[in-house]
Design a protein. Sequence first.
Length: 172
Amino acid sequence: MIKKRYISFYALLLFCLLSHFAHAHLYKISVLVDTDMALDDIRAIAMLLNSDMVDIPLIVTSDGVLSPQVGCQSLETLLRHFERENIKIAKGRVLGKPAPRWRSWSQDLKWPEVDVASYKVAVGDAAAEEIVGTLQSQDGGLNPAYFAHFRKLSIDYWRDLDRKKIFDEFIE
């Protein structure tokens, strides 16, 4: 009798644990992406676009490895290739900083020819409004406590960062 109870208990426990894994792929996480369309960003975006567990409502192209304009064109091509034209694009401001030496690596990618003229892109102040609008439209909207938590984490990380150790390792 006791043996049956143990077997029943372990079987129930096993089914409870397995049911968690069965539902793990039913949920989607909304992710807003900010990119300068560097090679590593392109790879990461491609992985996100292939994932069934991620919903990307908006991607913002920022100034960095590529200018926001060129990054936006590259992103439009990437989204068309993955047949994900439903994702909004916002183009950030040009910061006026010198381009990194490796800009040509990302700029000279041989993208396939596609018609990107019909893609609607939010620019400048409209991009900022697009970001806020997208955040507000998500479940729960803008949560100040959520952002305050991440702000505190980033401040703590920056304050506790041992810059001397990092730069000493970099210089050696």
